[in-house]
Design a protein around this ligand. Sequence first.
Ligand code: TRP
Ligand code: SF4
Length: 334
Amino acid sequence: MKTILTGDRPTGRLHLGHYFGSVENRVKLQNDYDTYILIADVQALTDNFNNPEKVRKSVYNLALDYLGCGIDPKQSHIYIQSLIPEVAELTVYFSNLVTVPRLYRNPTTKHELLQKKEVFGESGEGITYGFLGYPVSQAADIACVNSNLVPVGEDQLPHIEQTREILRKFNNIYGETFNIPEPVLSTSPRIKGLDGNEKMSKSLNNCIYLSDDADTITKKVMTAVTDPDKIRKDDPANPDKCMVYYYHKLIRNKDVDTVCEECKKGERGCVYCKKELARAIIEFLKPIQERRKYYEDRPEEVEKILKEGTLATKRKAEEVMKKVRKNMNLDYFE
Ligand code: TRP
Ligand code: SF4
């Protein structure tokens, strides 16, 4: 059976962008692959090193979001990155195989650096060794379970490309050791925000979280950007210029064709349309939230799932590292 590794940084709750961009895809894939889902607390610390409580709290919330979405602990190993020391070891070996200028060129790292001015300075001059190097540690996450596939959102593609480069180089120097992993994008790898921004993102404050309650969802949907040329209720409009329509499509509202037609003909008011969308999103999230609540009420069960997932990952990583040390001539007392 082929192996999947993927995961997220625990820095807050998951939103619809995560769900449609990647998590939904993982839920499907877990049936057919040996699946490892990492909660990347070490990586989260690279830009939250001065806020460890936030990371700690988010680990648990991320686990609840995963379980709510249908990541099945019987099929997938959900694990905590910091509890796998093999990843730290492999990161050190990999760090010889990537140049510092190459790390600086990674567009995702660059972008995040400038989003984090309060940590790294106005123009990123305070960048740390740890933050610059996190894609190396991400390569180690993937390599530690010798993964074949990595289902992620579009923003992660530069990291997977960098992983592939590092692993190819490793195989060339030390002999065939690792699979060269492939990224797997979902059908909608990047989800726009309610404000029409290209990306739904916490820092842009344009998200609907999977755990938002009905009132919050309704309030947020009311702020969504619609076709600016539609002024009156019965003006015809272009749904393709409207985030409300975009979300009707995204959550696969069965009435989406009616929405489109009525909007074009001027037979639909935006307030009504938004209320309908809010209801549809609430309905869509209901089973996710119910499952999340089940686990929220059973913290011991969640802890057991994380412990078992971590143990299974550690076993796999130990096996991979045996081969790594042997191929690198580091198997001293074997
Ligand atoms: N970089 C990912 C994020 O920001 C998290 C992550 C860490 C990851 N290691 C990974 C994703 C390995 C896929 C594979 O959410
Ligand atoms: Fe958007 Fe609906 Fe208004 Fe059309 S009627 S512009 S789809 S909110």
